[in-house]
Design a protein. Sequence first.
Length: 145
Amino acid sequence: MSLDGAYEDDNIFAKILRGEIPCHRIMEDDAVLAFMDAFPQSPGHCLVVPKSPARNLFDIAPDALSALITRVQTVGAAVRSALDPDGVVIMQFNGAPAGQTVFHLHFHIIPRYDGRNFAGHGQSSRGDDAELAEQARKIAAALRG
Ligand code: 5GP
């Protein structure tokens, strides 16, 4: 998948945004949806996606990107409050050669814990739904303060 070209609205995140497939939702507002990654690289791995139909970082208007990155900071802070990680990885891939697998722009928020393994990108297993639901609930509660 090249960096340029048309946005394709049959990608998984477009379907999640339209409510066609389920997710463990953390928050939603006019600009973004945040939800748990179904294949967490570390416990608490979540995603923030813009509502704008953007394939990657180079395909979004600056004001929508500003709104997105401020939500990444806010959700990341809630992840810190809720899960008390020792570190937080924020990552984002552009194009298949860079590791992108879902072609709707998204930021990963991945808590890291001292002494605990971190699965490589694309090498994780499907998460337990009850655990994902509980993590989403805790992060959402931290967002509400
Ligand atoms: P990318 O590889 O494009 O940076 O990240 C795509 C992410 O989407 C991966 O971390 C992958 O685990 C996650 N993912 C793939 N399919 C689903 C799904 O159906 N639901 C959710 N919540 N996450 C998914």
